[in-house]
Design a protein around this ligand. Structure first.
Ligand SMILES: Nc1ncnc2c1ncn2[C@@H]1O[C@H](COP(=O)(O)OP(=O)(O)OP(=O)(O)O)[C@@H](O)[C@H]1O
Ligand SMILES: [Mg+2]
Length: 362
C-alpha cells in the first residue's frame, strides 16, 4: 500500500463522535495531496464544526506526524452546507433554533440567552431573537433596556433594521420595537405585522445560529411563528413537576404537527445544591420529569440545569451567567447542555444532507 492510501485509511478511521460515524463513512476527505515537502488534507464535516474543528485537526496532524514525519502539514477543515436553497427569509442563517415551552416561567428566556452566549463561546456567530410579544425578556437579560432598533433604508428602497450587538451576540427583541404598555394591547393582525418586521426586515448578516425565544404556550401565536420560521429544530424547556410536563406534551405535539424536528428537551430548576453542601441535591420540584418525557417520546434529554442564585442574579443584572468565569456546577451544566444542542443539530443536518452526499474517490 502506498503512503497516500495508508494515510487515507487512517483518516477514515477517525470518528465524528457527534454522529457516531467514521470520517470514512462520512466520505469526509475531499483532497489529499502529497509532495516531497508537504501534505495537504482537505476534510469536510457536517456543520456546525466549531467544537469539533480543533479535535479533528489535532487527530489528523498526529497521524500525519506518525506516518510521514518531517513534512509540512496543511490541514483544512470545511463545512458541508445543509442549507435548503429555497429558503425565502433568513437565508444567510445556517441554523435556526426555537426555544419553546408550553408553560410560562420555566426559564425559557434564561435558557435561550445562555444557549446563545454559550454558542458564541464556541466561536460561532450567533443572534438571538426575542419573539415574546407580551413579555420580552432579552433586553433585560442582555442589559439592553430602553434601546430601540435603528432603521435604515437600503439603496433599493427597503427599510431594514440592525440587531444590537452585546457581548459578541446580535440581539433583537420585540422590546426594542414597542414598550410594555403598547405590547399589552396589540392583537392579531397588528401582531402579524410586527412579526413580519422581526423576520423580514432585520438584517442579521451571516450567522451560524439564530436562537428564537418564543412566547410561552402552544396557541395561535406560537403556531404562526413556528410555521413562518424555517426552523432547524426546537429545544423544549420544562421544569420537573407533573403540571409542567402536561404542557411539554402539548409543545411536542405542536412541533410534530408542523413537522419541526425536536432537538431535545432541557429540564430547568432540576435541583438545588446549597453552597455549603455542594454534594447534596434537593429535588424541590420533583425528580426526573424531563427524563421521563424524553423517554416517553424518544427524544433527547439535553440537560438538567440546577436552580442557582447566580443564575437569577446574572439574568436580572444583564449578562448571561455562562459568560461569567464561574466554574459552578450550574455553569458546567449549561455548557454541557450547549454541547448537546450542537451535537443534535449536527445530527439533524446530517440527516438532511445524507440524501445528497456526492460519492467521490481520491
Ligand atoms: N435555573 C435557575 N435558577 C434560578 N433562577 C432561575 C433559573 N432559571 C430561571 N430562573 C429565574 O426564573 C425567572 C423566570 O425565568 P425566565 O424569564 O427565563 O422564564 P420564561 O420561561 O422565559 O418566562 P416567561 O414565560 O414569562 O417568558 C427569572 O427571574 C429567572 O432569572
Ligand atoms: Mg420568557
Amino acid at each position: 500500500m502506498n503512503l497516500k492510501q495508508t494515510i487515507k485509511e487512517k483518516i477514515d478511521q477517525i470518528i465524528d463522535e457527534d454522529l457516531n460515524k467514521s470520517l470514512g463513512e462520512l466520505n469526509a476527505t475531499k483532497e489529499l495531496i502529497i509532495t516531497d515537502k508537504a501534505i495537504q488534507v482537505y476534510i469536510e464535516l457536517i456543520q456546525p464544526i466549531h467544537i469539533l474543528y480543533n479535535k479533528i485537526k489535532f487527530e489528523v496532524k498526529k497521524l500525519l506526524e506518525e506516518l510521514a514525519p518531517g513534512k509540512i502539514y496543511e490541514i483544512f477543515i470545511g463545512e458541508i452546507s445543509s442549507q435548503p436553497t429555497n429558503r425565502q427569509t433568513l437565508n444567510r442563517v445556517k441554523n435556526l433554533i426555537a426555544v419553546a415551552s408550553g408553560k410560562g416561567g420555566v426559564g425559557k428566556s434564561s435558557i435561550a440567552a445562555n444557549l446563545a452566549a454559550g454558542l458564541m463561546l464556541t466561536g460561532a456567530k450567533v443572534g438571538i431573537l426575542d419573539a415574546d410579544v407580551y413579555g420580552p425578556s432579552q433586553p433585560t437579560m442582555f442589559g439592553l433596556e430602553n434601546r430601540k432598533l435603528m432603521a435604515t433604508t437600503t439603496p433599493d428602497g427597503r427599510t431594514i433594521a440592525l440587531p444590537i450587538e452585546q457581548y459578541g451576540i446580535n440581539v433583537a427583541s420585540m422590546g426594542f420595537i414597542m414598550n410594555r404598555e403598547e405590547a399589552a394591547i396589540v392583537r392579531g393582525p397588528m401582531l402579524a405585522g410586527y412579526f413580519s418586521m422581526l423576520f423580514e426586515q432585520i438584517d442579521w448578516g451571516e450567522l451560524d445560529y439564530l436562537i428564537f425565544d418564543l412566547p410561552p404556550g402552544t396557541g395561535d401565536i406560537q403556531l404562526t411563528l413556528v410555521q413562518k420560521i424555517p426552523l432547524t429544530g426546537a429545544v423544549v424547556v420544562t421544569t420537573p413537576q407533573e403540571i409542567a410536563l402536561a404542557d411539554v406534551r402539548r409543545s411536542i405535539a405542536m412541533f410534530n404537527k408542523v413537522k419541526v424536528d425536536i432537538i431535545g428537551i432541557v429540564e430547568n430548576m432540576s435541583y438545588f445544591s446549597p453552597l455549603e453542601l455542594p454534594d447534596k441535591k434537593y429535588y424541590i420540584f420533583g425528580e426526573g420529569g424531563g427524563r421521563k418525557i424524553a423517554n416517553e417520546f424518544g427524544i433527547n434529554l439535553l440537560g438538567e440545569i440546577p436552580l442557582d442564585l447566580e443564575m437569577r442574579e446574572g439574568n436580572d443584572s444583564g449578562k448571561p451567567v455562562i459568560l461569567s468565569h464561574s466554574d459552578s456546577e450550574y455553569v458546567r451544566k449549561l455548557k454541557e447542555f450547549v454541547e448537546n444542542v450542537v451535537k443534535y443539530v449536527r445530527n439533524i443536518n446530517y440527516k438532511k444532507s445524507s440524501f445528497n452526499l456526492p460519492e467521490i474517490s481520491i
